[in-house]
Design a binder for this molecule. Structure first.
Ligand code: GAL
Length: 666
């Protein structure tokens, strides 16, 4: 259920008028009208104002703000402020303060200062949310609910006494019998057998590695506790305002490791994502695209909301680099191209005080006589021209497997190499596909993937038997699966699948691994065909698979590095290392084999995405780019194209109707 209002693309962001004198509200409302702001998120950190003392709810100050916004035609995404429990509450219930894995109880003075499992926090949450919901149940300005803020960030797991009590209940419900838990956790290893539930602690800091199955379960449990806290609020709000969608904003789909967003997605009415550029990372617009594609994927392909990004610099990175002219526009339109029906920011007016006073806003400290404000006004106008886009979908022929459980498991202690990280391989494959102008979806390995021409499994270390069977069926049915090393190794308890690696995928890939040979830091080994590889080498023993490339040097010289295995109507490919420059070339072979359509001959600085009838051409480079075969009308200037379109450096062109690119079948 996407919010019905505002119509078109939502534009605006977090708004914190409580930090300003009343007259600034008047100025803000006028500026919102000037820029075309049509949605703001209110009250995210306002518990202390909404409930200044236990049970005393005061919404008058907020009524005044909401009424004023409503009169100006600005809709409200109203927050439940549970991310910021007030000082009086924490002082009365110090046991709600979360405890880190190292055993440090955090103090008041930041935010996220209550444990999702703490009974006092849950009770106070329920009372406050009910009061808030009842008060605004009929207010015409309120179009949706914004529960909490970025669950799990920055602290995904809490180790307090309430968490441990809830954890034991969770374990009882999951395993029923303590011997089943001992089996699942491999508790005979290091003699960790439990004879009573009360002996089980959270996997807190230890001077050595802690049982990985216990840690994996704790990650599942902890994420579930946040979801319970969310669902508690969602259920109250649904009861009072069944007509309003409820969501919570993710702390960045690709960055918030502690939240399994496939599970979260089932609980939300609309997916809302926050994304901040890693300012110093070269080509950080690729990470942005990945975050947006993952948001669309967890939304099941439905339009989602970009709940927060920044107009310029953030304030929490080592060097907070301001966006260059045009960058905010490119960023915003890239999110829209990839399925967002909103462009919202943190925050409307930059704060004067507090921890975020050096963070950009729509209205900067410099005021409206600024490049920043002029860009904001222009963006508002652009988005109004894209109103028709609302609700339309992006179609992808290629998918990348993304599983948070595998992410958690892969990055526990004592793996064969510290260079094995989840994001390292996913990013490498995503970037290669982005540069090939291929739009991708992300999928869970158990999902229905039969509609994709190619599925890539970059770091699928943890793969259940059921998921492995799903991949098998996909290939037999005609799919192309490309698996990279260290995949299909363990089951859901971090126990190695029986036999040689990769136990879950041996048959499907037509090979086994005799030995892992991780490379030294900065070591490379030659491959046949001229490329070199890094990070990983291993001894592949084909059993049906054919070698496409071999290792030409190193511990596995003369043995396969890249294989293919035709199975049923499809092909399973396996890449046993990390090519230094040739990943894109290898991927191209697979894409061509699978007839994946994509434009040819374009530089990899140009982002090309189709959404419904709209084609987005975003030039991230310093040179103009000409795209051939463009037919349609340019949305921003109304120019009709029937042939080449030139996109100036840093510019964005959106063409509605059809586009046929060079070399692409018509
Ligand atoms: C987000 C958060 C916002 C604000 C923003 C600053 O993670 O949800 O409240 O702090 O970061 O970049």
């Amino acid at each position: 259920m996407y919010p019905e209002r505002p119509a078109g693309i939502a534009f605006g962001g977090d708004y914190n008028p409580e930090q300003w004198p009343r007259e600034v509200l008047e100025e803000d409302v006028a500026l919102m009208r000037e820029a075309g702001v049509n949605l703001v998120s209110l009250g995210i950190h306002s518990w202390a104002l909404m409930e200044p003392a236990e049970g005393r709810y005061e919404f008058g100050w907020l009524d005044e703000i909401i009424d004023r916004l409503h009169a100006a035609g600005v809709a409200v995404d109203l927050a439940t402020p549970t991310v910021a429990p007030p000082a009086w509450f924490v002082a009365a219930h110090p046991d709600v303060l979360p405890v880190t894995r190292e055993g440090i109880r955090i103090g008041f003075g930041g935010r996220q200062t209550a444990c999702s499992s703490a009974p006092a926090f849950r009770e106070a949450t329920a009372r406050l949310v009910r009061a808030l919901g009842e008060h605004y149940r009929d207010h015409p300005a309120v179009v949706m609910w914004h529960v909490h803020n970025e669950y799990g960030a920055p602290l995904g797991e809490c180790y307090c006494e309430h968490s441990v009590a809830a954890w034991r209940e969770w374990l009882k419900a999951t395993y029923r019998d303590i011997s089943a838990l001992n089996d699942a956790w491999g508790a005979t290893f290091w003699g960790q057998i439990y004879t009573d539930w009360s002996q089980i602690d959270a996997p807190r800091f230890n001077h050595t590695a802690v049982n990985p199955a216990q840690r994996l379960d704790y990650a599942r449990f902890s994420d579930g506790q946040h979801r319970e806290h969310y669902a508690l609020q969602r259920d109250i709000l649904r009861e009072i305002t069944p007509h309003l969608p409820v969501t919570t904003n993710f702390a960045g789909t690709v960055n918030c490791k502690s939240a399994d967003l496939w599970q979260w997605a089932r609980e939300l009415d609309v997916i809302a994502n926050d994304h901040y550029l890693r300012a110093e990372q070269p080509d950080n617009h690729i990470d942005l695209a990945m975050s947006a594609d993952l948001a669309r994927s967890v939304a099941g392909g439905a339009p989602w909301m970009l709940m927060e990004h920044s107009t310029g610099a953030v304030n929490w990175q080592p060097r907070n680099i301001a966006k260059r002219p045009g960058e905010m526009r490119r960023n915003s339109l890239a999110h829209v191209a990839r399925g967002s029906d909103s462009v919202l920011f943190f925050q409307f007016r930059a704060s004067r005080f507090g921890a975020e006073k050096f963070h950009s806003g729509l209205v900067p400290h410099a005021g409206t006589d600024s490049e920043q404000w002029r860009e904001v006004v222009r963006l508002g106008a652009d988005l109004r021209r894209l109103a028709d886009l609302r609700g339309s979908r992006v179609r992808a022929e290629v998918a990348i497997v993304w599983d948070w459980e595998s992410y958690w498991a892969l990055e526990l202690d004592w793996r064969p190499s510290v260079d094995l990280t989840f994001r390292e391989r996913v990013d490498a494959f995503y970037e290669a596909l982005w540069r090939e102008h291929v739009t991708v979806d992300f999928v869970h390995p158990s999902a229905d993937i039969s509609g994709y021409r190619v599925v890539v499994a970059p770091s699928s270390y943890l793969l259940t038997e059921a998921s492995a069977k799903n991949l098998h069926r996909y290939v037999e049915g005609g799919g192309n699966l490309l698996v990279s090393y260290f995949s299909g190794i363990v089951d859901e308890h971090d126990t190695i699948h029986p036999g040689a690696h990769p136990g879950a995928l041996r048959e499907l890939l037509g090979l086994s691994i005799e030995e892992f040979h991780p490379l030294r830091e900065s070591e490379t080994v030659a491959l046949t065909g001229g490329d070199t590889a890094r990070i990983w080498s291993e001894r592949v023993r084909p059993a049906g698979a054919a070698a496409v490339l071999d290792f030409a040097a190193g511990p596995d010289a003369g043995h396969p590095a890249f294989t293919r295995h035709d199975l049923g109507a499809g092909t399973a490919w396996y890449l046993a290392t990390a090519p230094v420059t040739g990943l894109r070339g290898l991927l191209t072979q697979v894409l061509d084999h699978a007839n994946v359509s994509r434009p040819r001959g374009l530089p990899d600085t140009l982002e090309l995405v189709r959404r419904g009838a709209h084609t987005f051409l975003i030039n991230h480079g310093d040179e103009p780019v000409t795209v051939e075969g463009v037919t349609g009308t340019s949305v921003f200037d109304g120019v009709r194209h029937d042939g080449p379109v030139t996109v100036a450096p840093g510019a964005v062109v959106v063409v509605v109707e059809t586009l046929r690119s060079q070399g692409e079948p018509s």
